[in-house]
Design a protein around this ligand. Structure first.
Ligand code: ADP
Ligand code: GLC
Length: 487
């Protein structure tokens, strides 16, 4: 049994902006089930504090003259112990984990996440006297990148694993920030934290972690290429021996159409005919024409370039000519929000756009839709296509990252061997999106084949069982690596 300190900047249901929260809220639960003594470390944002009921303070300390305490609680609905870094000077403010109410990055983000990293290091080494010492420190994305770098300077240290959820976000700051954070001088070089004269948080993970993984095998390969590597492809290549891909699982309790209290009508593979009631209910809720037989196309997500918004916007003119209704829920870049809302105003019977964040509506869209739209330009893993499969909603995806690993295009062969579970665009272009949508709609009209596709989708295994085991193997390898270095 390993003692695993799992650090993330968000975890569902305490705080969530995207898929990282889904993973950080479900992988630790799966690891605990496989007998890992896992502790989750998070910043105590106001929303997190609002979402916990029983808790106690287990340590107090300060970094940069800013006092903080460590609060102990449990991840709601599980037995996983959560430690929260309650440093009011940097975490107690309205707004999101990374940005203020206007979507601007917090000016002191480097300091905020450096505090999280220092706390992780001191907890892992039991310097905060929590009476627990980590064997494995598992870091996620740039916010936790300094941890492997700082730990590398300790002779007796736990093994470190760094998971890349999205290489596009790197946590780069100017040199002065490096000085202000009192980071050790010997970390400032191109084979350390320096990245084109900037301090790069993510390099702390990419350079110093014993093992690195991406959230799908395909993304682990893509990031070695300049198009997907965001300047880190060379470094990653040099670490190829320690780099692997492990596909994300989903929280099957929370995303289960058979038990989902957020949707109007529950259904499963055997009662699939009830799914349509979710469609008609959503049409009523969103004032779309009542039509049980029209194809509903759903999308939920961050409205950013990554999610294929340019391709979608350029396709809408042709998509509205087809027999379908489109529902999009999300927040993100203002120009996308405005353009999508303009399209919705122009075609009120065809397009509904809800700008905002709603867990309930996200579930209702998954349950109601026939087709899910995910033409991402890159996608490290993607969870929405996995939720769609679970809800018998067939995804249209680009052949990138985790989408290529989890979706099998519908064709003669994949229909025959019952692996077809969606539609793959061969290129991320407007033309291919329209073509693929037209192809999907033709299958939709053939209800026998469509039911078979839905059945294939709903049988797809997205559980954490195999992937949690993959992480435990990775922990083993990381431990073997440092033990070898010791002897
Ligand atoms: P990413 O992490 O890149 O945003 P994923 O597909 O991995 O993409 O995960 C996104 C998660 O965030 C999903 O659980 C999705 O339902 C959720 N999500 C994103 N935007 C919204 C929103 N506006 N309302 C509700 N849930 C959202
Ligand atoms: C990132 C990626 C997404 C992935 C999620 C969880 O936000 O963009 O593809 O599913 O992390 O790993």
């Amino acid at each position: 049994m390993n003692k695993v300190l799992y650090i993330a900047s968000e975890a569902f249901p305490l705080i969530k902006t995207g898929g990282l929260a889904d993973v950080a809220g479900s992988l630790p639960v799966a690891l605990l089930k496989q007998s890992q003594d896992v502790r989750l470390l998070l910043p105590a944002y106001p929303e997190v504090l609002k979402n916990i009921s029983r808790f106690k303070t287990v340590a107090t300390h300060s970094y940069f003259n800013l006092p903080f305490s460590i609060i102990e609680t449990r991840l709601p609905g599980s037995k996983v112990i959560v430690w929260l870094v309650d440093c009011p000077a940097v975490f107690d403010r309205p707004g999101g984990p990374y940005t203020d109410q206007h979507g601007e990055a917090w000016a002191d983000n480097a300091l905020r996440f450096a505090i999280l990293c220092h706390a992780a290091v001191d907890i892992a080494l039991d310097k905060l006297k929590l009476n627990w010492k980590a064997d494995i420190v598992h870091c996620n994305d740039w916010q936790t990148g300094l941890i492997p770098a700082l730990l590398s300077r300790h002779e007796k240290r736990p093994a470190t694993v760094f998971t890349i959820h999205n290489l596009a976000y790197q946590g780069n700051f100017d040199y002065q920030t490096f000085v202000d954070l009192h980071l050790p001088d010997e970390l400032w070089h191109m084979h350390g934290l320096e990245f084109y004269n900037q301090l790069s948080f993510i390099k702390g993970g990419l350079v110093y972690a014993d093992k690195i993984n991406a959230v799908s095998p395909n993304y682990a390969k893509e990031i070695l290429l300049p198009e997907f590597g965001y300047g880190q492809n060379g470094l990653l290549k040099s670490r190829q021996q320690d780099l692997s891909g492990i596909v994300n699982g989903i929280d099957e309790k929370h995303w289960n159409p058979g038990t989902d209290d957020l949707i109007i009508e529950k259904f499963n593979r055997r009662t699939l005919s009830k799914k349509v009631n979710n469609k008609t209910a959503l049409q009523e809720q969103l004032s779309l024409p009542d039509n049980a037989s029209i194809a509903m196309v759903g999308m939920v997500g961050r409205l950013v370039q990554q999610k294929g918004l340019d391709i979608i916007l350029q396709s809408l003119k042709q998509l509205v000519q087809l027999e379908l209704q489109i529902i999009i829920l999300g927040t993100g870049d203002l120009h996308y929000e405005i353009q999508l809302s303009e399209w919705a105003a122009k075609y009120p019977d065809k397009i509904k756009v809800v700008i905002g964040y709603s867990e309930q509506l996200a579930h209702r869209i998954e349950a109601a839709s026939d087709i899910y739209l995910m033409p991402s330009t890159f996608e490290p893993c993607g969870l929405n296509q996995l939720y769609s499969l679970r809800y018998g909603t067939l995804p249209i995806v680009t052949a990138v990252g985790g989408l290529a690993d989890t979706i099998t295009d519908t064709n003669k062969e994949s229909i025959a061997n019952k692996t077809a579970n969606g539609f793959m665009m061969t290129e991320p272009t407007t033309e291919k999106l329209v073509l693929t949508m037209t192809r999907a709609l033709a299958f939709f009209k053939d209800s026998n084949t469509w039911h078979q596709l839905q059945d294939n989708a709903m049988r797809f295994d997205s559980s954490w069982t195999a992937s949690a085991d993959g992480y435990i193997q990775l922990y083993k390898q990381a431990l073997a690596k440092i033990n070898k270095a010791d002897s």
